[in-house]
Design a protein around this ligand. Structure first.
Ligand code: RIB
Ligand code: CA
Length: 324
């Protein structure tokens, strides 16, 4: 049976890598393309991380990787290398025969959705620069997208890159607002707080159990996530955070959603103090909703999805130095 067709727009580091693995290996998914956007770490390193992830799954070259916007629309790029390192976990591979698709990510988003209107599901797990650029280039783009799931913002909760802003919305707040105003017919938001911090953060013993599954994917997972869990624990987050892979998991396994509601969501672009802060207005305020915000998920069920994924036996397409 064909899977759910998805395109992953990503700033590939840590949990972005887990999301790509889920798109490649979960039987419910059919990963059509990967589009790269400026975010977590150096852009070329992100692209290398994406190919490394395809490689560890034994799928190098199977899914087109499209290079996209190398900087936010207006702002200077803001890095999360303090959180993730360079996102490679010290792993490396021979990239000399690896190719990115010639088509720019934004053109790919526009073309693929024009070829299959109403069919493709976008998973946006980085800053929204590519998606916003596609909207500005073609105002009918949003109407052609089956669903858009965004990892971003906080639902009246704390930020992570500033006290009020979550990283993806902070890096390119103007892009986030353009996307929120674009009229996507099925827009879902998976926020940082409280959702990820409560339901998609695995404490050290649970994290270690995933790392100890004895497969190349489990060893890859540890290398990709070790820097981030160390950082998270150093700032009072009790474990390994997985907002990006949760975003795709909820599309593939909707039974994991325990609560969601329609909200009017906007992003602060004028204030420097609260740049990137998301406002999420629930029904009380009588605003017309533009998104369904996930409020609670089955955390144990999500953990089981990742456990099944990382237990999958794979053979890297080409050798990965440091993986053994
Ligand atoms: O705020 C969480 C988001 O930024 C995730 O997409 C993760 O990749 C982090 O860098
Ligand atoms: Ca990300």
């Amino acid at each position: 049976m064909a899977g759910i067709p998805v395109i992953i727009d990503t700033d590939t580091a840590q949990d972005d890598c887990v999301t790509i693995l889920l798109g490649l290996l979960d039987p419910a998914a059919e990963l059509r393309a990967i589009t790269m956007v400026a975010g977590n770490v150096g852009f070329d390193q992100q692209v290398a991380n994406a190919h490394l992830t395809l490689n560890v799954a034994g799928r190098l070259g199977d899914v087109p990787v499209h290079v996209g916007c190398r900087a936010p629309l207006l702002r200077e790029w803001a890095s999360a290398e303090d959180v993730h390192g360079d996102g490679s976990g010290g792993l490396s591979m021979d990239l000399s025969r690896v190719h990115n698709d010639d088509e720019h990510a934004v053109n790919a988003l526009l073309r693929l959705t024009a070829e299959a209107p109403g069919e493709l599901n976008l998973i946006a797990i980085g800053p929204l620069t590519n998606i916003a650029t596609a909207v500005v280039m073609d105002r009918s783009f949003a109407s052609r997208v089956r669903s858009l799931s965004i990892m971003g913002g906080s639902n009246n909760g704390r930020g992570n890159v500033t006290p009020s802003a979550e990283f993806n919305f902070y890096v390119d707040p103007e892009a986030a607002q353009i996307v929120l105003d674009a009229g996507f017919p099925d827009l879902r938001i998976i926020p940082w707080a409280p959702l990820t911090l409560r339901d998609a953060t695995f404490a050290r013993p649970e994290y270690d159990r995933l790392c100890a599954l004895g497969t190349p994917l489990a060893r890859f997972f540890r290398r990709m996530c070790d820097a981030t869990i160390d950082y998270d624990e150093s700032v009072g987050v009790d474990g390994s955070t997985h907002p990006d892979s949760l975003t795709l998991a909820l599309l593939l396994h909707p039974e994991l959603v325990r609560a969601s509601a329609p909200y009017r969501v906007d992003v602060e672009t004028a204030s420097e103090r609260t740049r990137g802060m998301s406002t999420m207005a629930w029904a009380k305020f009588g605003l017309v909703p533009n998104a369904e915000v996930v409020e609670e998920v089955d955390s144990a069920g999500f953990y089981a999805v990742l456990q099944r994924l990382l237990a999958t036996p794979t053979e890297p397409s080409v050798p990965i130095a440091g993986l053994d």
